[in-house]
Write a new protein. Structure first.
Length: 138
């Protein structure tokens, strides 16, 4: 007797074959940030893994890793997504069709291209920790 049970739920995902950070490639801009020592070390380790597993440059691996991580956080942040949707939603117009167009105020949204952080903060430049990069085998 054959069983005709239907499997319920989402089908299983295909197994991951490489680093997730390589799913999308986009144009880049340069920014400078400071991060904690532990995060910097883990970033360097992960970037080294991406670099070796895909045979790419350290710069490309770093850029793709950081961009992917940030996009993931932005997608998961429910309040941020709600704010973005409310900023993008057009406000209902109550002005009569014959009324002249009023000048609009500048947007309160931050610029789309991030600006570099200002110089050293109260801690000073000596507290900055460079992101270590793995040595390439010659």
């Amino acid at each position: 007797m054959e069983s005709s049970k239907r499997h319920v739920g989402r089908p299983k995902a295909s197994p991951q074959t490489g680093p997730l950070v390589l799913t999308e490639r986009r144009a880049r801009t340069k920014i400078e940030i400071e991060i904690g020592v532990e995060a910097a070390q883990e970033l360097a380790d992960y970037v080294g893994w991406v670099e070796v597993s895909e045979g790419m440059s350290t710069t490309d691996a770093q850029a793709m890793t950081v961009e992917f991580a940030l996009r993931s956080v932005f997608k998961r942040d429910r309040l941020w997504q709600e704010r973005r949707r409310s900023d993008e939603a057009p406000a209902p117009s109550r002005r009569p069709a014959s009324a002249p167009e009023a000048p609009t105020a500048p947007s309160s949204r931050p610029p789309s291209v991030p600006r570099p952080l200002p110089g050293p903060g109260p801690r000073g430049a000596s507290d900055r920790v460079p992101i270590p990069t793995p040595e390439k085998a010659q």
